[in-house]
Design a protein around this ligand. Structure first.
Ligand SMILES: C[S@@+](CC[C@H](N)C(=O)[O-])C[C@H]1O[C@@H](n2cnc3c(N)ncnc32)[C@H](O)[C@@H]1O
Length: 477
């Protein structure tokens, strides 16, 4: 397949490349036309064509549904990945970013959030989990989220299984297989359940989905890894995606791209921070985080790094001051015609900025003021989920569903929670309920309180999540 002879004409490939850029954001300049043709050939059977050329003409002539677009994109996107890829940025991540987070958060909420965006079959996300396992002696006392997303359900399924062949270890340190994998009877290697549980895999399409959003857990990130993804996008799409990442990060948060993707103009809202061997990108919004840049310069001192990567000078990342919260409350009160809405708006604001304890306090106020409102219980559940309080989050969602059994987002959140806990039958049931309930809704209806998410899109996401559940759950449940 790799060396197939081109059969499509140059004018046809040129039109296809333009079409694919518009439809999926993926960039296929002339030097990659053979990849483009290979992708169309691989997608053809999914569109019921046995030959590539008629499929190419059909694609150009028919308006594609979103699902067709994604099928096409999943054949055109490259899933190449392996453990401990691009070691320099991983070292900086461990020695600088994580060490700083550990010091600044140790005294307050012991939590942070990392997103492997475009995770493919999971090697990057598990590498992050393994690094944390090695770097943090009291890991059990921390609430660490590692969200890993992709838009290819086949990749996600493989990622959740966590079973890999030799090729995934091609640049891995020698201790990796020994320490973190068990050899299977077929010669492949299965990741230890303890590490698998640290990662939540989820479906997300950068081109179509709403993010950052509380509803898909993509807000208030401390670190986003998006490596070897942007390079396949057109400049326009890449700019849009990095803009969304900027908003998905907390102030002071980091974006880690591949060295080949490090472009200051593409990543212009971010502040580039030079480390030996790699550039990381940081969101620096207010004076407080600007001050912290001098700490980064301290961190770059090779002497300090060599001496003790985990005992750098304390960098205080104070949670945003409570006065701001009070001021915001005043502002909201002035804007909100209904003052009963203020606590829940405040809860959302705080949650979006990663101030979860405050957010939860506002949720409690909202519930006290209006116990029968299912939204407050749902909001409370999304925050509890982020805090790692899964069982209490489930109870809150059950309360929300008791008050409104047709509350689609609550079913969806329960599906996600059960999935993250490995309870696939329950996950299947709730994703099924989402599909059932949404049958009554027009595709383009924007769902209430879903930050712009449409009914049609949620159907697609829930279907993809159902497809990514292990086969056993879907077969016998
Ligand atoms: C080359 S892999 C990179 C994997 C990993 N980040 C690494 O560096 O090893 C690129 C991944 O991006 C995913 N991807 C491409 N376009 C996407 C989109 N629009 N939404 C979500 N994922 C996308 C692909 O499915 C693929 O798994």
């Amino acid at each position: 397949m790799k060396n197939m002879r081109p059969t499509l004409s140059s004018p046809l490939l040129s039109r296809l490349s333009e079409f694919v850029a518009t439809q999926t954001g993926l960039d296929y300049p002339q030097e990659r036309w053979d990849d483009l043709e290979r992708g169309i050939a691989a997608a053809a059977p999914d569109f019921n064509f046995s030959e590539t050329e008629p499929c190419a003409h059909w694609l150009l002539s028919a308006p594609l549904t979103r699902q067709m677009n994604e099928t096409l994109a999943s054949h055109l996107s490259v899933g190449e990945t392996y453990f401990f890829r691009e070691k320099q940025s991983l070292e900086i991540f461990g020695e600088q970013v994580i060490s700083q987070l550990l010091q600044s958060r140790r005294q307050n909420e012991r939590r942070f959030r990392i997103w492997s965006a475009g995770c493919s079959t999971g090697e990057e996300a598990y590498t992050i989990a393994i690094l944390l396992d090695r770097l943090i002696p009291d890991l059990q006392e921390w609430n660490i989220t590692i969200l890993a997303t992709d838009f290819n359900p086949k990749f996600l399924r493989k990622a959740a299984q966590g079973v890999y062949g030799e090729w995934s270890f091609r640049d891995a340190p020698v201790w990796l297989r020994e320490g973190y994998f068990t050899k299977c009877s077929d010669g492949r290697f299965e990741i230890h359940p303890r590490i698998r549980k640290m990662v939540t895999f989820s479906y997300l399409n950068f081109a179509e989905d709403v993010y950052p959003s509380l509803s898909n857990n993509t807000s208030a990130m401390d670190v986003i890894f998006c490596r070897n993804v942007l390079m396949y996008f057109t400049a326009q799409r890449a700019k849009q995606v990095t803009g969304n990442f900027y908003r998905a990060l907390v102030d002071g948060g980091w974006l880690i791209v591949s060295p080949a993707e490090a472009s200051h103009s593409l990543l212009s809202p971010f502040t580039p921070v030079d480390f030996p061997g790699a550039v990381l990108y940081r969101k620096m919004e207010n004076a407080e985080s600007k001050l912290r840049i001098s700490d980064d310069q301290v961190m770059q001192s090779p002497k300090e790094t060599e001496a003790s990567p985990l005992s750098l000078p304390a960098v205080q990342v104070k949670p945003a001051a409570t006065e701001i919260t009070t001021a915001q409350a005043g502002q909201l009160l002035a804007q909100q015609p209904d003052e009963r809405e203020v606590p829940s708006s405040m809860a959302r604001n705080c949650a979006n900025q990663g101030r979860l304890s405050e957010a939860l306090e506002w949720c409690k106020k909202a519930i006290t003021a209006d116990k029968m409102n299912p939204l407050h219980h749902y909001l409370s559940a999304t925050i509890l989920h982020e805090q790692g309080q899964h069982e209490i989050a489930i109870q809150s969602l059950r309360r929300a569903l008791y008050l409104d059994p047709d509350f689609v987002l609550a079913h969806f959140a329960l599906g996600n929670l059960h999935q993250s806990q490995g309870r696939y039958r329950e996950a299947k049931r709730h994703f099924g309920n989402v599909l059932l309930l949404l049958r009554k809704h027009p595709q383009d209806e924007i769902l209430p309180d879903a930050e712009g998410l449409t009914a049609g899109r949620l159907v697609e996401i829930a279907s993809s999540l159902l497809a990514s559940l292990p086969q056993s759950a879907t077969a016998n449940a």
